[in-house]
Design a protein. Sequence first.
Length: 202
Amino acid sequence: MFLTRMALDVNRPDTMALLADPVRMQREVRAAFAGGNMQPLFRMEMIGSRLWLVVLSRLRPTLYAAHERYGYPGVFPSWETFDFDETLELAETSTTWNFTLSASPRGVALAADPAWLDSYPVLRWLEEQAALSGFQVKEARVSLNEWRSVDDAFIHVCVIEGVLTVTDQDTFVWAVSSGIGNARENGAGLMTIAMNHTFWED
């Protein structure tokens, strides 16, 4: 598995148009792979003072075209790719990790008003997913909890951060590699893990 991040220049009109159009975002992410048929996991993430597109995929992406339209002019390359398999190999049973998960917890009971969302059912959903995904949640908090408009419909998207313990390495690696939860084509399902607070150094 490869974990890639690309810095997005939010001062460029094309970047703002990309962020406002989930379908376009899906298309651009797929275009980073030969044939455009792969559906990798991805999410947007603030790292330091910059907004990054983070992608987890089985193949190494090629982001030259995306860089030309959405990256920082004069900064090349604006992306970097890591061998995430090295991290997953260390995620042995009983080891403890910090995690960040972008998720769409389908089936969570929510208020009819999209402006109101409660973190408690999200964390309960996470515990249910953990039981199926080879880990146990030790600590967790919801740092983003919102509705997003996609194809004239609303989907529930949240970001959960915390600490987990691996209970079954094979199941855990499969779950992280495949994605956790729903709406994976819309920027949900990607979990990153790190020994320190975050996978990224900055």
